[in-house]
Write a protein that binds this ligand. Structure first.
Ligand SMILES: C[S@@+](CC[C@H](N)C(=O)[O-])C[C@H]1O[C@@H](n2cnc3c(N)ncnc32)[C@H](O)[C@@H]1O
Length: 267
């Protein structure tokens, strides 16, 4: 494990990420290039429909000792997934919530059947979750801020183009902006909304909530995985719970990541 002083050449956000991820996982698995082998990700307890499951280690995480982040390799649903990271934006690295959600989708294919489902990912970042959803058979639209889309598009294309999947779409979606214009209802109705680590230290929590309300209509399920870091994260959860039905599906106690199923309340 690397300690913080060794990270002095990295920028502030990278240091934050490295220190944060240090807490996440001390587990090492083989093979060397698989940073997230499902064989190593067994559930610690059997789930039943009423209680959240406790999931084990998220991944083998090895800090990249270089002035930039480059490629990370994952393995989900039997597919090698290569993610190009970069240093410029929050959406340029894979966050732990994405690993949690990808793992959950992979290991709960019967409960969350994605085959031919319409799926929207908000704040998709590097695209790992969208790629996993696509491999699982969904029609995926991956969205994020304009500056993130090039890398997102690159990752999604490279990891899905040779597979027999519905071609995923990459689109701009700035939370709370132009939703009616860009995603008019009922043309754009999704079975599932995916969101991982969309709640962190940023000023767009109200527009994020507006976006969740806009898309999470009756008949739609929002799966939201997040690492809980700050009191504001719990305050956001409370706001979500005041509007929607919220069920804790899984948690990773060693890393304070929780995964929720969110649905619209009956009127
Ligand atoms: C912490 S990153 C998580 C990325 C990815 N979901 C993951 O878990 O690896 C948060 C993501 O939300 C996006 N984001 C932040 N503010 C946004 C906004 N106002 N509208 C749309 N996306 C936003 C960022 O660009 C970034 O991709």
């Amino acid at each position: 494990m690397i300690s913080a002083p060794h990270l002095s050449h990295l920028n502030e956000r990278q240091r934050m990420e490295c220190q944060r991820e240090e807490e996440l996982c001390e587990h090492q698995c083989e093979p060397e290039h698989c940073s997230n082998c499902s064989d190593c990700l067994t559930t610690a307890s059997q789930s039943n429909s009423d209680s959240p499951i406790t999931l084990k280690i998220l991944q083998k995480w090895v800090p990249t000792i270089s002035p930039y982040f480059d490629k990370e390799h994952y393995c989900y649903v039997g597919q090698q997934i290569t993610i190009q990271e970069s240093i410029d934006y929050f959406g340029a690295i894979v966050w732990p919530g994405a690993l949690a959600l990808s793992q959950y989708l992979e290991s709960h294919q019967q409960e969350i059947n994605l085959r031919d489902k319409k799926v929207l990912e908000i704040g998709a970042g590097t695209g790992l979750v969208s790629i996993v959803a696509s491999i699982l058979g969904a029609y995926v639209t991956a969205t994020d801020l304009p500056e993130v889309l090039e890398n997102l598009n690159f990752n999604i294309s490279r990891n899905t183009q040779n597979l027999n999947v519905h071609k995923p779409e990459v689109r701009k979606l700035v939370w709370g902006e132009d939703l009616n214009e860009d995603f008019p209802r009922p043309t754009y109705h999704y079975d599932l909304i995916l969101a991982s680590d969309v709640v962190y230290h940023h000023a767009a929590l109200e527009p994020l909530l507006t976006t969740m309300v806009y898309f999470c209509q009756p008949g739609t399920v929002l799966l939201w995985a997040n690492k809980f870091r700050f009191s504001a994260d719990y305050e956001f959860l409370e706001k979500v719970s005041n509007i929607f039905n919220v069920k804790l599906l899984a948690e990773f106690p060693e890393s304070t990541i929780k995964l929720f199923k969110v649905t619209a309340r009956e009127n």
